[in-house]
Write a protein that binds this ligand. Sequence first.
Ligand SMILES: Cc1cc2nc3c(=O)[nH]c(=O)nc-3n(C[C@H](O)[C@H](O)[C@H](O)COP(=O)(O)OP(=O)(O)OC[C@H]3O[C@@H](n4cnc5c(N)ncnc54)[C@H](O)[C@@H]3O)c2cc1C
Length: 393
Amino acid sequence: MSGLFSAAFLRQIGWDVDVYERSAVELVGRGAGITGHPELMDALEASGAGTKDLGVEVPKRVAIDRDGHITDERPLRQILTSWDRLQQILRGTIDPAHYHLGRAFELVEQNGSGVRVHFADGTVEHADILVGGDGIRSSVRAQMAPEVQPIYAGYYIWRGAPNEADLAPETLRTIYPLFTFYLPKRQQVITYPISGFNNDLTPGKRRFNFIWYRVADAAQMREMCVDENGVQHDYSVPPPLIRKDLIAQMHKDAHEILPSALLDALMKIKQPFITPIYDFTSPSILYGRIAMVGDAAANARPHMGFGMAKAGGDAQALARALRDHDNVDAGLKAYNAERQPIGNTIVMHGRKLGTHLGVNLKTEEDRKMNALLQNDGAMLDWIAVPHFLRAYQ
Ligand SMILES: Cc1cc2nc3c(=O)[nH]c(=O)nc-3n(C[C@H](O)[C@H](O)[C@H](O)COP(=O)(O)OP(=O)(O)OC[C@H]3O[C@@H](n4cnc5c(N)ncnc54)[C@H](O)[C@@H]3O)c2cc1C
């Protein structure tokens, strides 16, 4: 997404841009939901992608208890969209001739006035700059700053997106139309409606984004990364290979822990999958003529659901800085000066919200935040806000 955003904004200032994607086939997002923060909406409009038929609107965020009763709520009108929809509209901003599938970045060389980029298929491209938008496990960053490594947060998410049509009438009536939190000790369950397959927004054909945060130390997570065939994976297991015993245990826990509507939603997920949570910051998001954007530059825990908005904001700032400076290097430096601290702030904010889970509480401030967020209303005060970055300005 940060690559597509970068291409769209750089083209607007008159640059020729090509996007190189490692995957040989068009990407699909496993039904992941994305929060429509105002910053994301602004970036989509400014990029030319637009926000037409983006997703499903919810009027507020609510917290519920074990019996399904609402314990607190905050009005927050927001569009909830899906990864697939964003990918589709952002892809639409790029001439297909400049979008190259099956081109895995391998190595970059630079000589002060440009870059030579080598791809795994043996091809080489020359350019004025390289924009590294290759995600949390960025190969570009691995070459430029191998010491910058994502840090496991000590918790992970069970995820999935069941079909609206499969949900029980009670689930549809109570939580489906809302952005819902259930916050038992050291856990968080979050749900909201999103579009269906092929971005279908017709009632009855939509899906329901389901996220369940749970705690596991690094050793437990490593054990969970052993797949159905006994193969150890480094970071996460592809959804079809997640071990059946893990899913069975998760279902058993769910029967003991979840309110009935959330249990219904969870049990309707055909292929639940696990995402371990990592984050990191980097002292610089610029290496000569190489600018990092999106998750490759800094990656926050997903509590705020702000990764996509950050990707758009990074890309927009990069193009603005290059437009407003007479030479490329001054523009790149201005980009780094503007967005590196913002990336830090977003990551720190994610860590604050993550203290709710009670993992690695190192400072007095962490412990205070952990205690505060045990209250549903306090959590909503922190998380049900538009423009949260303004509080740090
Ligand atoms: C559980 C979870 C929930 C989330 N919820 C939200 C949310 O509600 N709202 C939100 O805004 N964000 C959310 N995010 C974050 C969001 O998904 C990311 O911030 C966003 O995808 C960042 O985009 P990116 O382009 O920087 O990186 P990525 O989406 O990771 O894209 C990187 C791309 O680079 C390609 N690539 C990798 N290596 C190479 C290589 N060597 N050569 C060529 N190409 C390569 C990859 O194939 C991929 O297409 C969530 C994330 C998680 C884990």
